[in-house]
Structure formats: structure tokens, C-alpha cells
Design a protein around this ligand. Structure first.
Ligand code: URA
Length: 299
């Protein structure tokens, strides 16, 4: 093999490896030098390094293959991920002991105020997503808002900023809300899970279930007049149904776990709308129904 061909082969292998890391969720470098995390796991964490460009940019601007649309009913299957060529067995890490006398998330959450709840979620180790995420994304908006919005899971931008819906989907959501006269100070926004799933995959039912008591307690404390569920994951979780978002959206449903039932409107996820402009009309219809209901509550 001549020198140039060899260089090109190595470059291709490095690029494929970076793509694989990115698909696994490791799309951000946090240090200049490689680090054996197993040898330092007992030591306190070093401060994060300044933000770096995404892996795809560092790999010479090569485009990463698009991830499946996790917000759509139409794309629920995933391409199998490429496996690494060689797998070195890792030592099994001892797991945090889960004992019978440990209070469950539900028991902890039930007694907390909204301010205490965030601190409790920060300390909560029952959701495995916490181990791979950089930050907790609890909520943004006003704690006195009459409109609560629940999305699926934080993405990369949310993980970096520690707030839900601050990336492109969040910007679209803000524009949609502005169109019905709502700024951040008149809505409360959160997700079904509080940490970014690796590689932006859909959170598993177990991950959602682990965080659900905190979400239910947020609703109980906030007592919003109306809840909007953004996308299929939030809708099926909160409405306890297997029906898809296309069937659920645009109809008033009810959340009945509070003393007074709360009207709920499911709609399409803003990330889905970014890829499917034609569907924006449907989301707009749903938003108008919410606006009309909230306006009539005020009059
Ligand atoms: N998508 C979500 O469902 N939630 C976020 O916070 C961001 C993107």
C-alpha cells in the first residue's frame, strides 16, 4: 500500500471511530488529553474544559448521518448502530446499593415544595441518564404560570445550558408561544426526563418511570390551568396510552392525578415540526385551542 492510500485509510478509520463515538452520545470533548476514567473515578471531578466544536466539525466538517426522528410516529425503528471492531472487557463497576429502606422517588417527591424538588432531583441517583449527562435540565419559565408544557428529553444544547428547550426546537417553541402571546414568564416548561439520553436517543420507559414522580409533583405544586404535551413520548406517558401522537393531538384530554383534573392538549413536537413544515398547521390549530381555553378561563 502506498503512503497516500495508507494515510487515507487511517483518516477513514479515525472518522468512522469519531462517528461511532458521536452516535453513542460522546460528541463533546471535555479535556485535552485522553483520560482513563476507571483509574480516577474515586477522585473529585476536574472542572470542565472550555466548550469545543462538535465532533463532526473537528473531523473536517464531515456530516454525521442523521439520527432517526424520535419525535415522529412514523419513524419508530432505528438503524442498527455500528459495533466497535474489538471489545475489551471492562471491569464491572460496583453499583450503588439499592436497599429496601431507601425511600422511593415517589415518597421523596410527595413531600417537597417546587424549590425543594429541583434540589431533590439534583441528588437523585435513580435515573441512569444522570451518569452520562453533563447537567440537570429541570425546568424553565415561571412557577406561577397557568400553562405548563412537557417535552420528551433534553438534547445537546439543553445539556450544555442546563435548561429545557433552549436549542433549535426550543427556539421554535418560543416563537409558537409568542404567537399566542406567551413569553417565558407566562409558561412553565419541563420534560419527562431531566437528563440528556446519550446520542439523543428516546428515553426508555424505565428512565421515564424513574423521573415520573418528580414530574407528577411538579404538576401537583404548579396546578396549571392547562398542560400541553409536546410529542408522542410526553403524550403517551402523561395520558397513559399507547396511541400515537397523530391520534391524540388536537383533542382535549384530562390529567386526573391532581385534586382537580387539568385539561390537557397533546400536540406535535417542535423538533418534528422543524423537519416537517407542513405539520406546523396542525400544531397551530392545537395552540389556538389552548389559547382560547386559557382566555375564556380569564374572562
Ligand atoms: N426536545 C425535548 O423534548 N426537550 C428539550 O428540552 C429539548 C428538545
Amino acid at each position: 500500500m502506498d503512503r497516500m492510500t495508507k494515510d487515507r485509510t487511517i483518516e477513514g478509520e479515525v472518522a468512522a471511530l469519531l462517528d461511532w463515538y458521536a452516535a453513542m452520545g460522546a460528541d463533546e470533548a471535555i479535556g485535552e488529553a485522553p483520560l482513563d476514567a476507571f483509574s480516577v473515578s474515586a477522585k473529585p471531578r476536574a472542572a470542565p474544559a472550555p466548550q469545543q466544536a462538535p465532533v463532526a466539525e473537528r473531523a473536517g466538517g464531515r456530516e454525521r448521518p442523521p439520527l432517526p426522528d424520535r419525535y415522529s410516529d412514523f419513524a419508530t425503528t432505528r438503524e442498527p448502530r455500528p459495533a466497535p471492531k474489538t471489545v475489551t472487557p471492562r471491569p464491572v463497576q460496583p453499583r450503588r446499593q439499592e436497599t429496601a429502606d431507601m425511600p422511593s422517588a415517589g415518597e421523596i417527591a410527595k413531600t417537597a415544595s417546587l424549590a425543594e424538588l429541583r434540589a431533590l432531583v439534583e441528588q437523585f441517583d435513580g435515573c441512569p441518564l444522570k451518569r452520562t449527562a453533563k447537567s440537570l435540565c429541570f425546568s424553565r419559565g415561571s412557577e406561577t404560570a397557568d400553562l405548563m408544557l412537557i417535552g420528551e428529553a433534553p438534547g445537546r444544547d439543553e445539556d450544555l445550558q442546563g435548561k429545557p428547550f433552549v436549542g433549535r426546537a426550543g427556539q421554535l417553541l418560543d416563537k409558537m408561544l409568542a404567537a399566542i402571546g406567551r413569553a417565558e414568564d407566562s409558561v412553565y416548561i419541563t420534560n419527562t426526563v431531566y437528563w440528556r439520553p446519550p446520542g439523543n436517543r428516546t428515553p426508555t420507559p424505565q428512565e421515564i418511570a424513574a423521573c415520573l414522580p418528580f414530574l407528577e409533583q411538579q404538576i401537583a405544586l404548579l396546578k396549571p390551568k392547562t398542560i400541553m404535551l409536546l410529542g408522542g413520548a410526553a403524550a403517551s406517558t402523561m395520558l397513559q396510552t399507547t396511541q400515537g401522537i397523530m391520534r391524540l393531538r388536537g383533542k382535549w384530554k384530562s390529567y386526573d392525578k391532581t385534586d382537580t383534573p387539568i385539561p390537557v392538549m397533546a400536540t406535535l413536537h417542535p423538533a418534528f415540526l422543524l423537519r416537517n413544515s407542513a405539520a406546523k398547521r396542525k400544531a397551530w390549530q392545537d395552540l389556538l385551542m389552548v389559547k382560547q381555553r386559557l382566555d375564556s378561563d380569564q374572562s
